[in-house]
Design a protein around this ligand. Sequence first.
Ligand SMILES: [Zn+2]
Length: 197
Amino acid sequence: MMRRPTRPRAYAPDPAAPPGRPCDMPGCHEAGEYRAPKSRTSLNDYHWFCLEHVRAYNAGWDFYKGMSPAEVEAQLRADTSWQRPTWPIGSLGHTAWDEDVLRDPLHILAAARMKGTQRPDPHQTPAELRGPLATLGLSWPTTLDAVKTRYKELAKRHHPDANGGSRDAEERLKTINLAYAALRSRLGNEVRVAATG
Ligand SMILES: [Zn+2]
């Protein structure tokens, strides 16, 4: 591999950086040692970023061109809103944001919080049975009887003979058979364990 010629450093920490100031990129905890003008109309008003984010910001300068500071802020938030913003909402004069949606648009944080507080559920679906259960349209926990009943229904409905010898039906029946075998073996074992215990 060819080594690229070393270029002079395009960025250096700004001596005027406010000490201890964090990077302005929401969710970033690096020091904000590099400054970038907030907009073309307020070149003396700066964001402070870490090296990675000042590069990203400057690379996006043309993209941000013509946006107001509030719009740029919104854009930065939209790019990173799965992380907790470090800016107070509306710090740039815009207050119309739905704080919760911006902070957690995909409910990832909420899910993570729940995960942290919930104890493991003994009724939680065993991972290896999720596919088979979905194939048979059953939910966990279930019983061997319920599985057998559903299997008979589905096997009848998807049997190639009932579908004009359809290849698709044949494939579906194979999948159903596999799902049934997996569930039967698991539930059959549980019945035996219960009987001998
Ligand atoms: Zn940063």
